[in-house]
Design a protein around this ligand. Structure first.
Ligand code: ACO
Length: 328
């Protein structure tokens, strides 16, 4: 039996500070009614003081390592999926490696925005399947609050901070990650972007004045592509694995918009009881949304051995991707 990778531990962490819709309505021209109706988001978590992305990674990773029953020093690879790392260089994964004391682990970051966890899972899965690494820590973590224009009501109401982590190990059996699928279309790169601070627009007083260091999004255009793309993606992923939609025990979608999640569930004819939803509590935590939701359903015992579990995401790039797992 060829090697597969299996998720042997999950963990998550979200910062303590809660910002709810009514807090935002006091600062900008928005309302709890608009945000809830258009997105499903009621509140989000934001970091306080000097709390960094790698601090969130550390707490989520410690939970995941504990649930896998392994020590940080046993890890041979750490991948952090993020678009809001501690600093451009070195990688947040390297900073996390030091904080964990995971001295034997190689470490690097992946940036595929909201699809980052699925991209990271694909890379980690292939390293494990090939026999290259035996204990891999994959973290999705974001401190979006530092990259939001708190005067732009079209974006600042959507995002939140948090981290989720998984440990992957090899297995020879039939369970584990059955397939992963990743895609991109760079022709729509400007639908969601953060234009300032890179080599195209290095930081200057003008880029700061022009608010180029904040996330920009063409929300409506993105929404339409996301719905269309995700509906096809989830059906294709099941087909490749010869699994019927009715056999799916749990869909764990990226948490961007309740209307996008509901449209995908409807296409699969899945009741919402079989869909993981937490965007009401955390907003869109980009690369962290899927591993946080996965950790929650595992700890709530909403998935059990042999269940088919689908993960799917869509985000800046544009990028999108999915994974089908036979849990256990
Ligand atoms: N409060 C009140 N009104 C608002 C707000 C707000 N916070 N934001 C926008 N509006 C207004 C707009 O100005 C507009 O007013 P107008 O009609 O007078 O011009 C109206 O509401 C409708 O705006 P739309 O942008 O068309 O609203 P829409 O229904 O599309 O919802 C949203 C916007 C929530 C952003 C939605 O389009 C969406 O979820 N898009 C997809 C996001 C996504 O999936 N992103 C991918 C992941 S993100 C990543 O990778 C980093």
């Amino acid at each position: 039996m060829p090697l597969k990778s299996r998720i042997t531990g999950t963990g998550s962490y979200t910062p303590e500070t809660i910002l709810d819709n009514s807090d935002l309505a006091k600062k900008i021209d928005t309302s709890d009614k608009w945000i809830t109706a258009r997105t499903g988001i009621r509140q989000r978590r934001v970091v306080k003081g000097s709390e960094t992305n790698s601090d969130l990674c550390l707490k989520a990773s410690e939970n995941a390592l504990q649930s896998a029953g392994i020590k940080a020093k046993e890890l041979d690879l750490i991948i952090v999926a993020t678009m809001s790392g501690d600093q451009p260089m070195p990688s947040t994964a390297a900073i996390l490696q030091n904080k964990l004391g995971a001295k034997s682990a190689a470490a690097f970051d992946i940036n595929a925005a909201c699809s980052g966890f699925i991209y990271g899972l694909t890379v980690a899965d292939n390293f494990v399947k090939s026999g290259s690494y035996k204990k891999v820590l994959l973290v999705g973590a974001e401190v979006n609050s530092k990259f939001l224009d708190w005067k732009d009501r079209a974006t600042c109401v959507l995002f939140g901070d948090g981290a989720g982590a998984v440990v992957l190990e090899p297995t020879g059996g039939k369970k584990g990650i059955l397939s992963t699928h990743i895609y991109s279309d760079g022709s729509m790169w400007d639908f969601i972007c953060l234009p300032g601070g890179g080599s195209n627009h290095p930081p200057t007083s003008k880029t700061i004045r022009d608010r180029m260091h904040y996330i920009k999004m063409k929300g409506n255009e993105t929404f339409k592509v996301a719905v269309r793309t995700l509906e096809k993606l989830v059906l294709d992923t099941l087909k490749v694995n010869n699994v019927k939609p009715s056999e799916l025990a749990m869909l764990i979608p990226h948490q961007a918009n309740m209307r996008i999640i509901a449209a995908t569930a409807k296409r699969l004819k899945l009741p919402m009881s079989r869909v993981a939803v937490n965007l009401d509590k955390y907003g869109n935590t980009s690369a962290a949304s899927i591993p946080i939701a996965l950790d929650e359903v595992v700890r709530e015992k909403r998935i059990k051995k042999d269940d088919y579990v689908m993960l799917e995401a869509f985000g800046s790039g544009l990028t999108w991707g999915s994974a089908l797992i036979k849990w256990g």
